[in-house]
Ligand binder design. Structure first.
Ligand SMILES: NC(=O)c1ccc[n+]([C@@H]2O[C@H](COP(=O)([O-])OP(=O)(O)OC[C@H]3O[C@@H](n4cnc5c(N)ncnc54)[C@H](OP(=O)(O)O)[C@@H]3O)[C@@H](O)[C@H]2O)c1
Length: 345
């Protein structure tokens, strides 16, 4: 098939692109940057911004399945960039799918669309969005992803079938966010355990996240697929203790376990101060702590993935042990992913 992957040059997007190419699909990628590594494997790289409706429509021409992966991640304090890229960008993708007659759309969502600041242990897709909590806690990324997800799911019907996948804490080689930042923070002595250290979280090896996207897309192609209009949590299927896992990642980089700790309440209070300062002084970049981040680091959040298994045959093909070996090899080969700097940038 002819596929379009928005954000095909990013961490997850590139794995989706590679899996599509290796099974013989024609792939176009849409992003703002140059990606010679994608061109080298035969991908048509289109440069453009998802917030530009015309660029998205051009990229969707002749496409049979869109994987809308591109997004602005993070914990920035300004709502407007999230609204522009994550919400308006997704609306542009939906509009282009309709006008270009694209029959299938797989949207990369996030479990944080239902995060509400409380422990979430084994919850499933019936968990509602809590827009009120997101607004009160300045969770702009989650809110923009949730509004976009709602639009994607509502658009499923007629000639267009859509679904939303919610992968949790994606990790693996070429990670440009989580792992390099953890390592950089630990190296600079600024990493503290938040909370009592007992919280369980889901994680997901990146190639499993990518293959789930292909499986969901294939399932959407069959008539009366239950996947159409559905949202699905994705994980390794075995939650890990958040801080034990972080310490394992640090050990791969030759770093000691996290030594210092801070209570959830104290981290939340620091987060509130950081947010006020960043907002008040219009500082660029992300605060070192936010109320949302404090809750995320201290709370359990892991999910029931039986719907993804049932509806499109999802299974984590790469185990935690195998994925960890691949991550370790990449860290060794790149010197901590080439991102061992203290600022995590
Ligand atoms: N990583 C995780 O743990 C995680 C967990 C849950 C959900 N997700 C979701 O997974 C998706 C991929 O995340 P990732 O970790 O792979 O992030 P990433 O490496 O930062 O990739 C994001 C991609 O989006 C593109 N992009 C960003 N802004 C754009 C814009 N305005 N127009 C066009 N393209 C744009 C970027 O390319 P250019 O910079 O070249 O434009 C990049 O290729 C996102 O939707 C994210 O919300 C990730």
């Amino acid at each position: 098939m002819q596929a379009l992957v928005t954000g095909g040059g990013g961490f997850l997007g590139r794995y989706i692109v590679e899996q599509l190419v290796s099974r013989g699909d024609r792939v176009r990628s849409l992003g703002r940057g140059r990606y010679p590594e994608l061109e080298a494997i035969g991908v048509e790289v289109v440069r453009g911004d998802v917030a530009d409706a015309r660029a998205v429509a051009t990229a969707c021409d002749g496409v049979e399945c869109v994987f809308h992966v591109a997004a602005l991640p993070g914990i920035g304090m300004d709502w407007r960039p999230y609204e522009r890229v994550n919400l308006r960008g997704t609306q542009n993708v939906l509009h282009a799918c309709r006008t270009c007659g694209v029959p299938r759309l797989v949207y990369t969502s996030s479990p944080s669309v239902v995060f509400n600041g409380r422990d979430q242990a084994g919850v499933d897709e019936r968990t509602p969005y809590d827009f009120d909590w997101m607004e009160r806690n300045g969770a702009h990324y989650s809110r923009s992803k949730a509004l976009a997800e709602q639009a994607v799911l509502a658009a499923s019907g007629g000639d267009l079938k859509t679904c939303a996948l919610r992968p949790h804490l994606i990790w693996g080689p070429r990670d440009n966010h989580l792992i390099p930042r953890l390592i950089a923070r630990a190296r600079s002595g600024r990493l503290r355990r938040v909370g009592d250290g007992a919280n369980l979280v889901d994680v997901l090896y990146v190639e499993n996240a990518a293959s789930a996207h292909l499986q969901a897309a294939d399932a959407l192609a069959s008539p009366h697929s239950p996947v159409a209009g559905g949202a699905y949590f994705l994980s390794q299927g075995e939650p890990v203790n958040c801080w034990v896992w972080i310490n394992q990642v640090l050990a791969l980089a030759g770093l000691p376990p996290v030594q210092r700790q801070i209570s959830r309440g104290a981290a939340r209070a620091i987060g509130a101060v950081c947010e006020t300062v960043y907002r008040g002084l219009r500082l660029k970049g992300e605060p070192p702590m936010t109320r949302f981040l404090a809750e995320q680091l201290a709370r359990s959040h892991w999910f029931d993935i039986s719907a993804a298994k049932r509806d499109f045959g999802y299974a984590p093909l790469v185990s935690m042990a195998e994925g960890t070996e691949r991550l370790a090899a990449w860290l060794r080969a790149t010197g901590d992913g080439g991102r061992g700097r203290a600022d995590g940038k």
